[in-house]
Design a protein around this ligand. Structure first.
Ligand SMILES: Cc1cc2nc3c(=O)[nH]c(=O)nc-3n(C[C@H](O)[C@H](O)[C@H](O)COP(=O)(O)O)c2cc1C
Length: 193
């Protein structure tokens, strides 16, 4: 296979998307969209997450050292796209009717409509030039009850929840269909602030 060299890019390397749930010092809930998220081994399974630049989510995590990471599904995509394209320093970012519940182990806001959520506690902040990596302990995993059904295969469960992936500035559904460029699906969100 003949290859061509490129400047740094992760095009054609799909990433799973998560909405990070945090609170500011006044208790205001924020959700932001993130894909630089993966796993580490540190005596047990942990999470590594990278945030670039200054943003509300980063400030909130610095203050509290805790956040939730909620899996983005096709059903959640318009909301997720909106959360990824709207600055959390806007006081009215959160849609007023958004269903949010509390973590079971950590004081973190969890998105009710997401089928899988991690409750994360930062163990180490690693500062970079204009960003930072956070190494996190997974304090709890919340999964929709249906995902525990032993009579349903992982393939069927994944098809049912339909996680979204992203690459080439485009969202892709679980079966590979293109679901729009970054900033497009949010147009379908009827009652965004
Ligand atoms: C598809 C997509 C993926 C994103 N992934 C990241 C990421 O991994 N890290 C990051 O720092 N920002 C990422 N962003 C940008 C943040 O979502 C954006 O800065 C947002 O405003 C963060 O929410 P906040 O302002 O409430 O903190 C992503 C945006 C989109 C559209």
């Amino acid at each position: 296979m003949s290859k061509v060299s490129k400047a740094p890019t992760n095009d054609f390397c799909p990433q799973t998307l998560f909405l990070y749930g945090t609170r500011d010092g006044q208790g205001r809930v924020d959700f932001g969209l993130f894909c630089w998220f993966s796993y580490v081994w540190n005596g047990e399974l942990g999470v590594m997450a990278c945030i670039g630049g200054e943003k509300q989510t980063r400030e909130n995590i610095h203050r509290s050292r805790v956040f939730s990471a909620n899996l983005v599904t096709e059903a959640l995509l318009p909301l997720a796209d909106y959360m990824g394209n709207t600055d959390g320093r806007r006081q009215d970012k959160l849609p007023p009717d958004l269903a949010v519940e509390e973590g079971r182990v950590l004081p973190v806001p969890v998105l009710t409509a997401s089928p899988v959520a991690f409750e994360l506690e930062v163990e180490q902040f690693i500062p970079l030039k204009d960003g930072e990596v956070m190494l996190c302990r997974i304090r709890n995993v919340l999964q929709e009850e249906a995902l525990a059904d032993p009579d349903v295969s992982p393939a069927e469960k994944l098809a049912a929840i339909a996680p979204v992936r992203t690459t080439c500035c485009t969202y892709f559904g679980w079966k590979g269909a293109a679901l729009g460029g970054w900033g497009e699906p949010m147009a379908a969100l009827a009652d965004r602030p």
